[in-house]
Write a protein that binds this ligand. Structure first.
Ligand code: HEM
Length: 443
């Protein structure tokens, strides 16, 4: 079998990590010019990367791969929840958890939680209010996640604890994942804060789980759905510990990704007058002054295209896997136990599928144009056996929040502040200062 090209720019010990972290989009989007399968080094660890839509789908659909090293490092945090478990156990859990994300359930979460919280947020600002908009979106999404999971019975102190602890863990989890294990044991402030936050969640969530199971009522929330789920073969429910792991997994995987997408949405709209005009025109035509509901999401067609374009340009960074056995992929032998990955940035910035890949063009998502994309070229939510169960909830939340806010506010970037993407658990803006300006005034 042919040997694989190692991407130039590798340093001793640190491999390509620093190059990638310093300029992730440039590095990852350049890989498809070097071959269909290439090799990079994350620190000392060799990782194969596939760079074509076809091989991406092959990798993500195959049952010959586990999640790999990043997820090993996340296991102390996520336990054996959906994101970190593997093989038959993961597939069993997916069958049990997926009904909690069914369209009818998402419609109910939108009605009970998302629209009202978006309205509350919209009504909480005054004209000219300056906001740290990335932090505002994080707080909003954490509140939505808390209420979607636990509805009314969750006391304000539990929600406050979730909002305090989850961001601390998210801030540090990727650095932890790419560091040698001994670093986690060093008496550093970052480690102490991470461990304390994980311990606080481990202490507080089981109380809620046990309490809700004892009460036995269906509140229409995600927790009720998890508790009611039964294994199709054995009829068994999940243990309290498993429910805990799924709850922490959903809180952490779902909140950060959605908050970051909302932050980028307003950054892109705020810096592109033509896009902003069309977004506002659509919001005015579909909603007027009223908040958006689940039923409006399909009508907010241009908003949906802007969301897609945001998810094309600033998706999560990389999907990693590890071979369970020797596997051939793209004519390359990947040995059992080796790491292999695909980066959404490689696929989403490939000019073969996305002309002018660095441009921001929501119209590339017009149905007739989008229909020409090869399968696997656009995978913000992954694909195959580990496809994101929260994709519909995420799209619904972003569309409802963005449109509801825009019924009243134009979010104007504060002049002179440079906003760029940085690698945390996802691709976050380094900062996002914005001013809420009344649309009535600007009209
Ligand atoms: C814009 C928002 C979101 C993005 C971009 C996103 C992206 C992703 C991606 C790429 C994966 C696949 C990871 C892999 O294959 O290694 C994934 C998995 C997952 N996502 Fe999302 N996600 C989002 C929102 C959500 C929400 C709102 C939830 C739940 C409330 C959620 C829950 C999960 C879970 C539990 C998994 C693990 C599934 C498994 O491994 O079997 N996500 N997500």
């Amino acid at each position: 079998m042919p040997s694989v090209t190692t991407v130039p720019g590798r340093w001793p010990l640190i491999g390509h990590t620093v190059t990638m972290l310093r300029n992730p989009v440039e590095f990852l989007s350049s890989l498809s010019t070097r071959g269909d399968v290439v090799k990079v080094f994350l620190g000392p660890l060799p990782v194969h990367l596939v760079t074509t839509p076809e091989l991406a789908l092959k990798l993500l659909a195959s049952d010959k791969f586990d999640k790999g090293i990043v997820f090993d490092k996340m296991r102390p945090l996520f336990g054996n929840g959906l994101a970190t478990s593997n093989g038959a156990f993961n597939q069993r859990q997916r069958r049990m958890v997926l009904p909690a994300f069914h369209r009818t359930r998402v419609a109910a979460y939108a009605e009970a939680v998302i629209t009202s919280l978006a309205t509350e947020l919209r009504d909480s600002w005054h004209d000219g209010r300056r906001l740290r908009f990335d932090a505002v979106m994080q707080d909003f999404v954490m509140t939505v996640a808390g209420r979607t999971l636990f509805s009314a019975e969750l006391g304000p102190e539990v929600l406050a604890e979730i909002k305090r602890s989850v961001p601390i863990m998210l801030e540090r989890v990727l650095v932890r994942a790419f560091s040698p294990s001994f670093v986690e044991k060093l008496p550093l402030r970052a480690n102490r804060e991470f461990d304390e936050a994980a311990a606080r969640l481990r202490a507080i969530i089981p109380e809620v789980v046990v309490g809700a199971r004892k009460e036995g009522a269906d509140h229409g929330d995600l927790l009720s759905a998890l508790l009611a789920a039964r294994d199709a073969d054995t009829g068994e429910a999940m243990t309290d510990e498993q429910v805990h792991d799924e709850v922490v997994t959903i809180l952490t995987t779902g909140a950060e990704t959605t908050a970051v997408a909302l932050a980028w949405f307003f950054h892109e709209v705020g810096t592109r007058p033509a896009v902003r005009q069309r977004f506002h025109d659509e919001v005015d035509a579909v909603l007027g002054d009223r908040p958006a509901t689940f039923g409006d999401v399909a009508k907010l067609e241009y908003t949906g295209r802007v969301i897609n374009e945001v998810l094309r340009r600033t998706p999560p960074i990389i999907l990693m896997r590890r071979a369970r056995e020797d596997v051939e992929i793209g004519g390359v032998l990947v040995k059992k136990g080796s790491e292999i990955a695909v980066s959404q940035h490689t696929l989403h910035r490939d000019p073969r599928w996305f002309p002018d890949p660095d441009g921001f063009d929501p119209d590339r998502w017009e149905p007739s144009k989008a229909a020409d994309l090869p399968k696997g070229a656009f995978i913000p939510f992954g694909a195959g056996s580990r496809f994101c169960p929260g994709h519909l909830l995420a799209h619904t939340e972003i569309a409802i929040a963005a449109a509801t806010i825009a019924t009243r506010w134009d979010l104007v970037p504060v002049a002179g502040q440079r906003v760029h993407a940085q690698v945390k658990a996802t691709m976050q803006p380094n900062q996002l200062p914005m001013t809420a300006q009344s649309r009535k005034r600007s009209a």
